[in-house]
Design a protein around this ligand. Sequence first.
Ligand SMILES: [Zn+2]
Ligand SMILES: [Zn+2]
Length: 239
Amino acid sequence: MDISMMKQRIILVIFAISLGVNILGMLADPGLLIIPALLLGWFMADLSSGLVHMYMDYRPCPAGRRLDEIFDYPGSRESSEYQQLFRERMAALNPFERLVYDFKNHHPRPDALGRRPVWRLIGSTVIVAALPLSLTLNGLMLALPMPGWVLAYFSAFLLGGAFAQYFHGSLHRRDNPPIVTLLRRAGLLMTPAAHQLHHDTLKQDFATNCGWSNPIINHLFQWLRQRGHLDDAGLVPPA
Ligand SMILES: [Zn+2]
Ligand SMILES: [Zn+2]
């Protein structure tokens, strides 16, 4: 999303404050239910991001836009010729189509995701989904007595959902902040080895947060394929 650095910061600060308010609300009404609610929210974020990933991988890019020329570009992607071509082809797509292209582009060039700045990874998810949901929750807290476990569920869901592409990027990067290593050790984030199973076949393990939902998504994938959906042709941009 093309917005200035200043606006990016402001949006992220508002999101952090809004999420902080929800977490404070959770802490104000502690109880044993908070633990399973946090885990369920974390699981649901994994499931949601995995379903989005599966859909975006197989949703065809629009035909007739010569996207194959940038997808299969034989020369250096640092070259000004490629950069120019890339800008031209992307300009003909709407933001959603660009995102769809991005998911396919990730498969042959996975490490590029690990090099992206945080805003590139989470900005659109925060603007379109996480921030509006978090602010709605803040509003509900003012209007209704919200149990701590409800706020726990949504806080974990919002955090996992907003950072889903960041966590995916961390699987394609060697240097990560200690929190990522810690969450991996605790089993709350998946390992690069586990995610490699997705890249090996593109037919399984679409969830990239903790991966707890992958058995369910894999079943759904098989079920949809048996019914003729999610055709392999969707994995690669057409001419
Ligand atoms: Zn994929
Ligand atoms: Zn990946």
